[in-house]
Ligand binder design. Structure first.
Ligand code: RIB
Ligand code: CA
Length: 303
């Protein structure tokens, strides 16, 4: 299947892109970038660097710099480091962004590849909402839209109520959930069951010294954040789990429901079931070890 990852790299984003590069099911045809873990310019620089490092000759189309109705964004430096890769800084500038914006690229690829195209969104949903506004057929053109975001049956991570990707542009997320689309939501309900530990990174680095070693090095900062803030001995494979759900849906227990997003007040960014909305599939359970093992097996093959 053809795959575009809409991303804000980002440590777990880097892991997800590595997984997509390694998994034989995917023909990764491009990356689109969005603000989130970093400023969008840094997201694009990081995405171009990762594509080069993982041996991918693919376009990177830059998208939204801010959430709907905002003109500034504060990156999550305490989670992903100053440049998005933890302690690893001074990411080299490689190549240039595509001429099209992220939303234009998404719309054009959806028209060209139709049902063969999967879009996996692992950052704030601003580009996806923009693509839906730009082309009312966008959502129906594509085979599936798989989103890493939300916390439907569990608490949030950025606030008690909200998961970070949804929180960063709650209005765009609410717009996306109001459109009928073949959507699968991979939220904290499942991604916090896929903990990747120091020993997993060491094993990965043994098999794949260059790329696995790079993922281990950028993740030290992230693992410290999880330990110090959440008391967890490992980091969630958030974005990789969404990419895995694109091809291994049977690994997940899914619940069909409509969703709305609270856009204001203390619960802003919360994802709530709403039967009046178009139905989508919410992943509510997974055997985390299966995701972890598949991730290691596949990424370990990268040289
Ligand atoms: O809540 C997890 C999500 O937020 C992931 O996409 C991660 O990259 C962070 O931005
Ligand atoms: Ca992300």
């Amino acid at each position: 299947m053809k795959l575009i990852i809409d991303t804000d790299p980002g440590i777990d984003d880097a892991m997800a892109i590595a997984y997509a590069a390694a998994a034989p099911e995917f023909d990764l045809i491009g990356l689109t970038t969005v603000f989130g873990n970093t400023h969008v310019g840094q997201s694009s620089r990081n995405a171009r660097f990762l594509a080069h490092k993982f041996g991918l000759n693919i376009p990177v189309a830059q998208g939204a710099a801010f959430a709907r109705g905002r003109n500034a964004h504060t990156p999550s430096r305490h989670v992903h480091g100053d440049e998005g890769f933890g302690d690893v800084t001074e990411v080299p500038e490689i190549g240039a962004n595509h001429d099209l914006s992220a939303a234009e690229f998404l719309v054009e690829m959806a028209r060209r590849h139709k049902q063969d195209l999967t879009v996996c969104a692992v950052g704030p949903l601003t580009n996806i909402a923009d693509a839906m506004r730009m082309d009312p057929d966008f959502a129906q053109n594509i085979g599936q839209l798989v989103i890493m975001g939300g916390a439907v049956f569990c608490p949030g991570n950025i606030t008690e109520h909200a998961e970070a990707n949804i929180y960063h542009d709650a209005q765009a997320a609410d717009e996306v959930f109001s459109v009928a689309a073949p959507t699968v939501l991979v939220g904290l309900d499942v991604t916090l069951k896929t903990l990747y530990r120091t020993a997993d990174f060491e094993e990965l680095a043994r098999h794949s010294p260059e790329i696995g070693g790079f993922l281990r090095d950028i993740s030290r900062f992230y693992l410290n954040f999880y330990k110090n803030v959440a008391g967890l001995e490992g980091c969630g494979l958030h974005d990789s789990t969404a990419v895995i759900a694109c091809s291994h849906r049977a690994m997940f227990d899914v619940h069909k429901t409509g969703l709305k997003v609270i856009t204001n007040g203390p619960e802003a960014g919360a994802t709530r079931p709403d039967p009046s909305r178009p139905p989508l599939l919410v992943c509510r359970d997974v055997v985390g070890e299966q995701v972890v093992d598949l991730f290691t097996q596949r990424v370990a093959t990268l040289r």
